[in-house]
Design a binder for this molecule. Structure first.
Ligand SMILES: Cc1cc2nc3c(=O)[nH]c(=O)nc-3n(C[C@H](O)[C@H](O)[C@H](O)COP(=O)(O)OP(=O)(O)OC[C@H]3O[C@@H](n4cnc5c(N)ncnc54)[C@H](O)[C@@H]3O)c2cc1C
Length: 409
């Protein structure tokens, strides 16, 4: 039995190693000069390789096609990923939010570990080799064609070519093209875990906010909300909670446009109810009755936000506290809890930590990741229409797919 794995990223390396460990003759083909270029930059170079949570919490973090991944995740769970790397000599640690990293804080240790497994189990690794297409005959796969037009023969071909984000790492969407050419439906690739573009920046670039709640609102209705950290960029917002929101709303975003009017609404004081906030304002105003609003509000929020909050509440910066009516105070409290920015788009797909969309999971068998259309053709990892939030979930999906394919051979 000969298997070709195309793509030496997280899923391809894991799949090749596990197959070879089971005694399969494997060739891993990678177009770059080295393996794991994207893996190297994960977790800001520290590689958050999985999330050590219970599976039911894991599924809550999978944005697309969690159900499709059920069998794969039970078959190779975060605990199995941890065991795999620890058994292969990488010491790991678990940080806030169950995020698992190598103790060394070096993603290169994860890559070295996978490379060592590939060597140990005898995988043939072909670097600097671009696969041009999958060779299919009478409904079944018989190999791949590489850039020299040579055909390399195999009984099975695993496509592990990744998505279409961070293209400099090698993921340029080749797997999508082959899948389409062979009759598969490819769900429109969309940017996920990307900054959100806002209409007005108000000079807030560089401002970061902690312990805020950010929601996306459509037609006055809150769609999704996240609590935590965010920051303003030169053209919008980014940071953990914004990246998560981008993944949750991107199904409404097609060909660079949203299907309706969406706003980002920030609650600067999520721990305070509207009444408690009003009381706080009453106290501040009575203690500093002759002071202008612009000089009182910095007690409640970063200084650079003061003029934006006052503007959105329809008040005047120079207004003194004892001149603020009850109605105006209510408007101010409302603006503090509902600072609103019109969303104009998502950052370009290349800037996505992950691509959502990809090979339609309906056409792939979740038991072994084989195409339902082409015998012995498999899809694993980000090339599939699967994506999750940040926290090590995406690499775990890649590893679980890889294991699912390998155990079927
Ligand atoms: C900046 C950044 C940080 C991230 N941090 C994390 C994190 O900390 N935790 C986490 O869980 N996820 C993280 N991710 C997401 C994670 O990296 C991906 O989910 C994961 O790499 C997907 O693995 P993959 O094997 O499917 O694809 P990839 O890792 O993209 O690998 C695909 C490989 O296929 C090769 N290839 C493509 N086409 C061809 C071809 N025609 N011929 C030959 N080879 C080909 C590519 O060169 C590439 O090496 C991060 C992503 C980015 C961009």
């Amino acid at each position: 039995m000969k298997v070709i794995v195309v793509g030496g990223g997280a899923s391809g390396m894991m799949c090749a190693a596990l197959l070879a460990q089971n005694g399969v003759d494997v060739t891993l083909i990678e177009k770059n000069e080295r393996l794991g270029k994207k893996l190297f930059i994960t977790g800001k170079g520290r590689c958050n390789l999985t999330n050590n949570c219970e599976l039911q919490d894991f599924f809550a973090n999978v944005v697309t096609n969690g159900k499709f991944m059920t069998s794969a995740l039970y078959g190779f769970s975060p605990k199995d990923t941890i065991e795999f790397f620890e058994n292969n000599g990488v010491k790991l640690k678990t940080e806030r939010g169950n995020r698992v990293f190598p103790q060394s804080d070096k993603s290169s240790d994860i890559i070295k570990c996978l490379e060592k497994a590939l060597r140990t189990y005898g995988v043939e690794v072909r670097l600097n080799t671009l696969v041009k297409g999958v060779c299919v005959d009478g409904g079944g796969v018989y190999g791949v064609k590489i850039d020299t037009d040579e055909e390399i023969l195999a009984d099975k071909v695993v496509v592990a070519t990744g998505g279409i984000s961070y293209q400099a790492t090698g993921s340029t969407g080749d797997g999508y093209k082959w899948a389409k050419a062979l009759g598969h439906n490819v769900i429109e690739p969309r940017p996920a875990l990307v900054p959100i573009l806002l209409k007005e920046q108000y000079g807030l670039q560089g401002l970061s906010l902690k312990n805020v709640s950010a929601s996306v609102v459509r037609d006055g209705k809150e769609l999704f909300s996240q609590f935590g950290e965010m920051l303003f960029t030169h053209n919008g917002a980014s940071g953990p909670i914004i990246l998560s929101l981008s993944s949750l709303i991107n199904k409404h975003y097609s060909a660079g446009k949203f299907d309706a009017k969406y706003s980002l609404c920030i609650d600067l004081k999520p721990a305070l109810s509207m009444d408690t906030l009003q009381n706080r304002l009453i106290r501040e105003f009575s203690q500093r009755s002759n002071v202008e609003l612009k000089n009182i509000l910095p007690a409640l929020m970063p200084k650079s936000l003061v003029s934006v909050v006052i503007k959105q509440s329809g008040l005047n910066e120079k207004q003194v506290a004892n001149g603020v009516t009850k109605e105006q105070r209510e408007k101010l409290a409302y603006a503090i809890k509902n600072l609103t920015f019109l969303i104009v788009g998502l950052e370009n797909i290349n800037a996505g930590i992950i691509t959502s969309g990809g090979v339609d999971c309906k056409q792939v068998n979740p038991k072994d990741m084989m195409s339902k259309l082409i015998t012995n053709l498999y899809f694993i990892g980000e090339v599939l229409d699967i994506d999750a939030l940040t926290g090590g979930f995406n690499l775990q999906l890649a590893f679980s797919c890889a294991h699912q394919m390998s155990k079927s051979v």
